[in-house]
Design a protein around this ligand. Structure first.
Ligand SMILES: [Zn+2]
Length: 146
């Protein structure tokens, strides 16, 4: 018995190497920013871990969410040889209670910078030698956090 596909579309059958494993918030306002980032950085194939809060789970203490995201990153490296990990947090993220949860925009950004550095340190401890880049997504663009 054959059935008609709901959508006719040719997906690539070839396996690939991932240039990066990207941990991004599922907030759709920042999805096009991810596409632009990938284009500007020549990221042809990425493994996208798209979860509420993005890198937030990696910045806190032990939790099922942290285990889940960490395992997704490790799996990307194992299956697709991801060369680097890209972490993202963004302004007005519901996982942090939104911008209204902060005294002002600077306080919000500083908080997210601290969180990103904690997430980076955590991954460096868990996956020795891994290259991790962290970014803060704002409504006017993407900022690398060193
Ligand atoms: Zn978010």
């Amino acid at each position: 018995m054959t059935s008609e596909p709901a959508v006719i579309f040719q997906s690539p059958r070839e396996h690939y190497a991932a240039q990066a494993c990207v941990v991004w918030c599922f907030d759709d306002r920042f999805y096009k920013l991810l596409k632009a980032f990938g284009k500007q950085n020549g990221l042809k194939n990425i493994d996208l871990v798209k979860v509420a809060g993005g890198a937030k789970a990696l910045a806190g203490g032990p939790s099922p969410e942290r285990d889940f995201v960490l395992n997704q990153v490790k799996t990307s490296i194992r299956l697709h040889g991801a060369k680097r990990v890209i972490l993202m947090l963004h302004r007005d993220c519901g996982a942090y209670g939104g911008s209204k949860n902060f005294e002002n925009g600077d306080v919000e950004r500083k908080n997210h910078e601290t969180q990103l550095r904690a997430a980076k340190d955590f991954l460096a401890d868990e996956i020795p030698g891994v290259a991790v880049d962290a970014y803060f997504a704002d409504f006017d663009g993407l900022y690398e956090i060193l």
